[in-house]
Ligand binder design. Structure first.
Ligand SMILES: [Mn+2]
Length: 285
């Protein structure tokens, strides 16, 4: 049968019914504090994914062996963060209701708040594992409480103390670092402490939301992002960390802050695709 030309992420061609994981894109970047362009992340990843093998030699697993449905991008209101978040939350809710794992493609990091709202609603004992260059713990950014610079602070208001586990953080205001010292499980600069955190979360058998801001990677490996920050981790370190996190009960995840047009070489988009492939293969083990 001749079919219409619909571009999914490579190897993610399962039906919704069969799928254990559902991709949904949130092409939103209205609160980006510096260089915009993350709204083009999800579509760029789908297109670039065809340069990637479905097989991962790191994990000896293939996307063709797992069941992922790609639901495409939401049509979001750029003029209202609250409306955009509401639409993302509704989509996440639908996916969770069908007992599937929602995996969100950003967009800027604020979109994570919507997914966390939906996942927290289903799993009130939720923990968050957060990889990022930035703490994202500001109470407001130029007066706006809905900003990608505040997203983990808003998540903290839902989850409370010591349930947000932050890694690779190397940028923020002094107040954010002071807030983190009191209220989150905070690991600056590297993945040091991740294995211990994962061991504890496994023992407690708690559900985990896993959010990857791709700017945790060093800008030499990942320049295509709105607020690049020197001193990041390597791809191989991120890969190992993803495999470590996948030992917990991951009930939702996202990959965000790719701004493809800020990297003329295209290597950032290719890297983002590889991160997503490894994440999908790891959480479906
Ligand atoms: Mn960031």
């Amino acid at each position: 049968m001749i079919q219409s030309n619909v571009e999914t992420f490579i190897g993610c061609e399962s039906s919704f019914e069969e799928a254990s994981v559902v991709l949904y894109g949130a092409p939103f970047d209205s609160t980006t504090s510096f260089r915009p362009g993350a709204r083009f992340g999800p579509s760029a990843m789908r297109h670039e994914s065809f340069g990637l093998e479905t097989y991962s030699p790191y994990q000896d697993r293939d996307l063709m062996d797992i069941r992922v449905f790609d639901s495409g991008d939401l049509e979001l209101c750029f003029g209202s963060s609250e409306m955009a978040l509401s639409d993302i939350e509704k989509r996440a809710e639908e996916i969770l209701k069908a007992e599937k794992i929602p995996v969100l493609l950003g967009g800027e990091h604020l979109v994570t708040l919507a997914a966390v709202r939906a996942v927290f609603n289903k799993y009130p004992d939720l923990h968050i594992i957060h990889f990022d260059a930035h703490a994202d713990l500001r109470d407001d950014y130029l007066g706006a409480r809905l900003s990608h610079a505040c997203v983990l602070r808003r998540c903290h208001e839902l989850l409370g103390d010591n349930r947000i586990h932050q890694f690779c953080i190397r940028s923020g205001e002094r107040e954010e670092f002071q807030f983190a010292a009191k209220h989150t499980d905070f690991h600056p600069f590297t993945f040091d402490g991740l294995k211990e955190t994962v061991r504890e979360l496994k023992e407690k058998k708690v559900p985990v939301y896993f959010t990857i801001d791709l700017d945790c990677l060093d800008p030499s490996a990942f320049p295509g992002t709105g607020t690049p920050e020197a001193g990041g981790v390597s791809f191989l370190e991120l890969l190992e960390a993803i495999q470590t996190v996948s030992q917990t009960k991951v009930v939702g995840a996202d990959v965000n802050e790719l701004a493809p047009m800020l990297d003329v070489s295209g290597v950032s988009t290719a890297t983002a695709c590889k991160v997503l492939r490894e994440l999908l293969l790891a959480i479906t083990k």
